[in-house]
Design a protein around this ligand. Structure first.
Ligand SMILES: Cc1ncc(COP(=O)(O)O)c(C=O)c1O
Length: 475
């Protein structure tokens, strides 16, 4: 069991029954057997393979039924069989994919990872499936402590942490605590092409018309341009000027400056320390709350938090995380403590997701994923070098690479949305999972499984890309 049970409540008191259960030799033996059984099957998945023709009919029916039930087709014809091996996953049609999109960053430790299975076994013998507002167990404290300790490591004052079950909910909570503090200010400033989630409020922040089509306007949002690596000073000046313009147009009406530090859905555009500091300083001069949305970037750069990678420890008031952490969270400084009743949820996370989140974050720290020469940057470097080689060989088909750390992308066929989709689906057919990002240009992106990816997987990805690109027309 996770560390709470390793450090029982007090050596003087009789041990808790739960601690006795979690250290019972029968449990240890059962766990050993289960992990060995999973490993026996999982370890057979070491390369991509096509579907088994005997299963394709039944699989098509299952997909068709699911599409009807959910009221729309899935993007990929993907239904997992329930087993994988790191970046490899077996589908219910018998095919095996190399999964380098990981549910858009969720399966960040890889499929059927022994530490995830172990967390599940530990969770299975806990008293409840879900943790929530009225009744939580010790592991919620442990996760909140880990997240705040890491967040405050280099000077940020993010001492508080509220857990939740989705990135959207973590973001909603962040907006609510900022608005409450700055009432009656009710406007938000965001970057153009940002993605913040799909609730009614977040669909207003998210800069994509299709995602708010038919929805009422429930928030006032003003947009500023994002950083341009090709024009650092000019793009910073333009963004600051636009920020000032909005602040002057609606004096005292803005509550939040919303920062997505690396634009994820927007196309893997990476910001810069100077750019963010220039904006945050103006925002703070006008009394705004600076929120960093790290739902996609958390654990993917040289530091656990991307705000730390960009040196913004003194500039962020509220930070949200999600995806790879399995449990989402809103971290905030003492100034932004909400009044009772503002944030609360029936579910703040399942017991398994909390234990898995603890194992993943601790694992990434212990395995050396962070640091300028850590594994996150190493995987990025290898993938970027492979993509660069392909870009040199197939300049019409591939431009880039882009992104940072565990976020990697390239622009296919000059950035046409249609061609990007075509390439994405052809790669899927060939056995490699990636996904679209950005509108103009449209890119293909990867969110690497940072707990299990290895050189050979990245090399295989590049081989699969070449096998598709070499047969595809780009004009
Ligand atoms: C930056 C960012 N914020 C928020 C969200 C929303 O998270 P969720 O889908 O868990 O609600 C996402 C999801 O992709 C995201 O990338």
């Amino acid at each position: 069991m996770a560390t709470v049970s390793e450090a029982p409540h007090s050596t003087k008191l009789p041990p808790l029954l739960a601690d006795q259960l979690h250290t019972d030799p029968r449990l240890a033996e059962a766990k050993r057997l289960i992990l060995a059984a999973v490993a026996d099957y999982s370890s057979q998945l070491t390369k991509v393979r096509p579907a088994n023709p005997a299963l394709t009919g039944e699989y098509a029916q299952l997909l068709d039924e699911f599409s009807k039930l959910r009221g729309g087709a899935l993007y990929f014809p993907y239904l997992s069989s329930g087993i994988g091996n790191g970046p490899f996953v077996e589908l219910a049609d018998g095919s095996v994919k190399l999964d380098l999109i990981t549910g858009i960053g969720v399966h960040g430790y890889g499929h059927s990872h022994p530490e995830m299975v172990a967390a599940g076994i530990d969770a299975a013998v806990c008293d409840t499936v879900m943790q929530g507002n009225l009744q939580q167990d010790r592991y919620s404290v442990e996760l909140s402590r880990l997240l705040t300790d890491l967040a405050c490591e280099s000077g940020a004052k993010l001492e508080h942490c509220f857990l939740s079950t989705s990135g959207a909910m973590a973001n909603e909570n962040s907006l609510k605590i900022a608005f409450q503090k700055h009432a009656p200010a009710d406007r938000v400033i965001c970057f153009e092409h940002c993605f913040a989630g799909r609730t009614l409020a977040l669909a207003q922040l998210t800069d994509k018309a299709a995602y708010r089509q038919g929805l009422p306007t429930v928030l006032n949002v003003d947009y500023i341009p994002f950083y341009e690596a090709a024009d650092p000073i000019g793009s910073t000046q333009r963004a600051v000027a636009k920020l000032r313009e909005h602040l002057e147009r609606f004096p005292g009406k803005h509550a939040v400056l919303w920062l997505e530090l690396i634009q994820g859905e927007g196309g893997y555009h990476v910001g810069h320390h100077d750019f963010f500091v220039a904006l945050a300083e103006v925002a703070h001069q006008h009394g705004l709350c600076v929120i960093a949305d790290e739902v996609q970037t958390f654990c993917r750069t040289t530091r656990p938090y991307a705000f730390q990678h960009f040196g913004l420890d003194q500039h962020v008031d509220v930070v949200t995380i999600g995806k790879i952490s399995q449990v989402c969270a809103t971290l905030f400084t003492d100034t932004y403590k909400p009044k009772p009743g503002l944030v609360s949820q029936t579910f703040t996370g399942s017991t398994w997701s909390i234990l898995a989140g603890l194992a993943i974050i601790r694992g990434l720290v212990a395995n050396g994923n962070f640091g300028p020469d850590g594994l996150n940057m190493r995987w990025h470097g290898r993938f970027a070098a492979g993509l660069q080689k392909l870009a040199d060989k197939y300049p019409k088909h591939i431009a880039g690479p882009y992104g940072l750390g565990g976020m990697v992308a390239f622009t296919p066929c000059g950035g046409s949305a249609e061609k990007a989709k075509e390439m994405c689906l052809k790669l899927y057919e060939a056995g490699l999972m990636c996904f679209l990002a950005g509108g103009n240009p449209t890119r293909l992106r990867f969110l690497l499984p940072l707990g299990s990816v290895e050189d050979q997987h990245i090399d295989l990805a590049c081989e699969l890309i070449e096998s598709v690109v070499s047969k595809m027309e780009c004009h």
